[in-house]
Design a protein around this ligand. Structure first.
Ligand code: ADP
Ligand code: MG
Length: 410
């Protein structure tokens, strides 16, 4: 992936380029909320937007922030206002943040008109209009009316062809990527364009079916693929192991065999668990490590065992490049978190260039501890977007930033 034709917000900020200009920054404030209280449970995405915001504020821009939040049904806005995100942003930065009651129309126009250089407003949830997800040109044009300059810092939304990240940037000549977007793209590019070898990928998570395309493309580039988590059960079963009550995808057994064969053909080695932590139920208070050749009847594999941690760990330690997606077990539950946290710890201390992608994987790394998260070279803020890049796909939100697109730009 090349970043040719993509300018950065810092390029635009040179020579007073943002001073007193209306600068629309598409951020990803789609933060997880507590179901009962509506409080933000993880503000990483807001914190990650601060470097770009600072560039704009320091450059004297009139800053217009916009984001989607959740999946509001038509006419239903309850609990999905960006108000808490605005409040958290104000708390984190000390800036005053004006929340508009809508994202298009006279309300935001008035607020933006009254903004002074260095002031910030946050538009209400873009997805309160279904036109956002439909990439609607008219809706995009109404957003375009609000601004002079467009900046996209919402990597987490870059794999969607939605109005605010796809139709809109094409309408605005002065467009650029934010610092978070660039950091994401540069880090992930190191996995795509001749990654330093040995390249080790660690995959886990819930299902093989979610990850087929990722596995297929990784097989073309990696030296070693470590497979853990629930998806490993299907591979173990495909090799004829008795996995007892473990969750497997019966219909994916042939696919698992095909993947193992393809790996052999391409000279990539696939490491599967040699031991697993089993229990009789998902809410068990403890688990037992057993060999994958001796999984007791009535039990299910809920984590990788210590020998597997060592096996995967030594591959990670020897690697020059490591990509990890998908927890190694049911890490949300303490008795089954060890495998995931140990892999996180080993990776954070490894010499190679280390990248974590995937919503649950990123949460797991943060849950493993601050110093572990800091030890990673990159933790992607965009699960789906990162995986689509790894699959070798182009992201609509990234392509729309290139200077070569949008002949219709004024
Ligand atoms: P990501 O969001 O990082 O792409 P996934 O969504 O694919 O990851 O998978 C995350 C989920 O997989 C977690 O909720 C975790 O509990 C679950 N999981 C992983 N391994 C197991 C297992 N052995 N048994 C049950 N659930 C598992
Ligand atoms: Mg997930």
């Amino acid at each position: 992936m090349k970043l040719t034709g993509i300018r950065s917000i810092e390029d635009l900020a040179k020579d007073g380029g943002l001073a007193n200009k209306r600068v629309f920054i598409r951020v990803d404030y789609n933060v997880p909320l507590d179901k009962k209280t509506g409080a933000i449970t993880d503000d990483a995405r807001i914190r990650e937007s601060l470097p770009t915001l600072k560039v704009a504020v320091d450059a004297g821009a009139k800053v217009i922030l916009a984001s989607h939040l959740g999946r509001p049904k038509p006419g239903k806005k309850e609990g999905l206002s960006l108000e808490p995100a605005g409040a958290r942003l104000a708390e984190l930065t000390g800036y005053e943040v004006h929340l508009t009651d809508d994202c298009i129309g006279d309300g935001p126009k008035k607020v933006i008109h009254d903004l002074r250089a260095g002031q910030i407003c946050l538009l209400e949830n873009l997805r309160f209009y279904e036109e956002e997800e439909k990439d609607d040109e008219n809706f995009a044009r109404q957003l375009a009316e609000l601004t002079d300059i467009y900046v996209d810092d919402a990597f987490g939304a870059a794999h969607r062809a939605h109005a605010s990240v796809h139709a809109l940037p094409r309408m605005i000549r002065d467009r650029a990527a934010g610092l978070l977007m660039l950091k994401e793209l540069r880090s992930l590019a190191r996995l795509l364009d001749r990654p330093e070898k040995p390249y080790v990928a660690v995959l886990g998570g819930a299902k093989v079916s979610d990850k087929i395309a990722v596995v297929e493309s990784l097989l073309n580039v990696v030296d070693t693929l470590c497979i853990g988590g629930a998806m490993a059960n299907t591979f173990l079963a495909a090799q004829g192991k008795k996995v007892a009550a473990s969750k497997i995808e019966d219909d994916k057994l042939p696919l698992a065999r095909t993947i193992l064969q393809k790996a052999r053909d391409r000279g990539a080695s696939v490491l599967l668990p040699v031991d697993v932590v089993v229990a009789k139920s998902l809410d068990a208070e403890s688990g037992t490590a057993v060999s994958v050749d001796a999984i007791p009847d009535g039990t299910m594999a809920l984590d990788i065992g210590p020998k597997t941690v060592e096996l995967f760990g030594s591959a990670i330690e020897r690697a020059k490049t490591v990509f990890w997606n998908g927890p190694m077990g049911l890490f949300e539950s303490k008795p089954f978190s060890n495998g995931t946290f140990e892999i996180a710890r080993i990776m954070s201390r490894a010499e190679g260039f280390t990248v974590v992608g995937g919503g649950d994987s990123a949460a797991a790394v943060r849950a493993a501890g601050d110093d572990i998260a800091k030890g990673m070279d990159h933790i992607s803020t965009g699960g789906g977007a990162a995986l689509e890049l790894i699959e070798g796909r182009k992201l609509p939100g990234v392509e729309a930033l290139r200077s070569s697109v949008g002949e219709e730009a004024s």
